[in-house]
Design a protein around this ligand. Sequence first.
Ligand code: 3HC
Length: 308
Amino acid sequence: MSDKIFQEKIDAEKKIEPKDWMPEGYRRHLVRQISQHAHSEIIGMQPEGNWITRAPSLRAKMILLAKVQDEAGHGLYLYSACETLGVTRDELIQQLHDGNAKYSSIFNYPALSWADMGAIGWLVDGAAIVNQVSLQRTSYGPYSRGMIKICKEESFHQRQGYEIMAEMAKGTPEQKEMAQDALNRFWWPSIMMFGPQDSDSPRTGNAMKWKIKRQTNDELRQSFIDKTVPQAEVIGLTIPDPELKWNEKRGHYDFGEMDWEEFWNVVNGHGPCNKQRLAHHKRAHDNGKWVRNASQAYAQKQEKILKS
Ligand code: 3HC
């Protein structure tokens, strides 16, 4: 097959499956995006995992526990989708540990209070939903099917976060202040999750041509802002952007300039928690080696029994 016939297939909205011919560039782009997506799900368990033992009630603890476990499953689906492209889990983890693979910048910010659990669920999972609902229509079959499964769980993640923020916003003045502080710290890093502006995005061209992405970074960011501002107003919290204003003509919210220096600083490994997150992942990976060895030994034994 040729690039031309491949592109005709993409343009005809046909899904590409693992055994189909694909240009090496398409395969590499997918390995990059899906593996970084998977790394994000797993590293993203850390900020919330830190608060499971400090949840303010048994109900809150059960909800947070369920959410963090969901994220591990999301990572599993995505690593499995990535492995269909001929790359091994070990290679992907090594790329992360060697600093050759990224994960979402948002997880390099500290979770300082219980209200941060609300802000993360409401804003980070809210942003992930906008991005992932769009990715359900990605051209690569295993990624698309993984997204459909993941999106079913994300709405619970967003709702539980929003419920924490709503409860605190209508609680004592100290609770409301804690919720507003969490919004102040997580608002801009959450809209940075959508990546650089389209004009500065080296991958958007191919991502849209090959229908890996169905909407651009700026389109998704705008959609998230338009959805989220009214939610903040309903619970009486203020979005920390003095230039935020509804633009009747555009039918969207106008918003302030993002701090792109901060964005690239965090993406390139110099954020508040980058070193801590990676060190934690490496420690957990090393401590879990015996589990991987045991499951591989069990699988080999089962294989021998089946063959004998
Ligand atoms: N954090 C870290 N890296 C980022 C980034 C961010 N917020 N935004 C962009 N980058 C990286 C890109 O990965 C790319 O790196 P690479 O060239 O080394 O692969 C580089 O910066 C250039 O960015 P581009 O905009 O050109 O790249 P993309 O077009 O791929 O857009 C993206 C970046 C929006 C992250 C896109 O890859 C994407 O949509 N990925 C899938 C969704 C995803 O990964 N989401 C992460 C959060 S998952 C999550 O929140 C889990 C939830 O359950 C909590």
